[in-house]
Design a protein around this ligand. Structure first.
Ligand code: CA
Length: 226
């Protein structure tokens, strides 16, 4: 899951980014409306956290532009303005939710998850299953039968993507887009490193291997005996 945070207050941006990273989201920050609009138009995000009072381009204008272009990425507006009429304007401009500053991170996270569930980007059930592999999205833990597999944040993000697209090819681009931010160096072999570790944890002691390389294309989660 990749989130764009458009926020000019560095302190708030850092606070939101830190919390999201701790919850295994990939995060990009835009410090003004113009950069925010550019990223929202040109990159793929699962959700945008949008401050309304922004330099260069106002948050509401940004949102109207995005919606006019047909971009339906879910948006949560952040603002110091809690007045009723501002909320109405926000909803009219196409926001999915609204959060008044100051807010607690737990509330942002709860709203964000609710929106992702509604937009069906996140499955209703908290548990993903494939063969004897189970991934619990609440505890962030994987299991094969009774063997508990402890995952790093990146390994979790990759396994989640593989499980959601089970038996389909998941490309390296899909992995980097969902687990890394746009500063990611696409030439590096960091994805392979994470996959290798993930595969050791998931498959090494198992007769049925689940994570497979598709040469020149990416990876696939499928049942195959060794
Ligand atoms: Ca602001």
């Amino acid at each position: 899951m990749r989130v764009l945070v458009i926020e000019d207050e560095a302190k708030v941006a850092r606070f939101v980014k830190k919390g999201l990273l701790e919850n295994n989201f990939a995060v990009d920050i835009a410090p003004d409306g113009e950069e925010g609009l550019f990223l929202a138009q040109n990159e793929k995000y699962d959700l945008i956290v949008l401050d309304l009072m922004l330099p260069k381009l106002d948050g509401l204008e940004l949102l109207k532009k995005l919606r006019k272009e047909g971009k339906d990425t879910p948006v949560i507006c952040l603002t110091a303005k809690g007045r009723f009429e501002d909320r109405i304007k926000g909803f009219n401009a196409g926001t999915d939710d609204y959060l008044v500053k100051p807010f607690r991170f737990a509330e942002l996270l709860a709203r964000l998850r609710a929106i992702l569930r509604r937009s069906t980007k996140e499955p209703k059930s908290a548990v993903l299953e494939y063969a004897d592999l189970i991934l619990d999205q609440r505890t962030r833990q994987a299991k094969r039968r009774d063997r508990i597999i402890v995952l790093t944040a990146k390994e979790y993000a990759i396994l989640e993507l593989l499980m959601r697209n089970a038996e389909e090819i998941v490309t390296r681009t899909m992995i980097t887009e969902s687990a890394w931010d746009y500063n990611f160096d696409f030439m590096s072999n960091v994805v392979d490193v994470h996959i290798r570790r993930l595969r050791e944890k998931v498959d090494e002691e198992e007769r049925i291997k689940l994570i497979h390389t598709v040469r020149g294309m990416g990876y696939v989660l499928k049942k195959e005996s060794s």
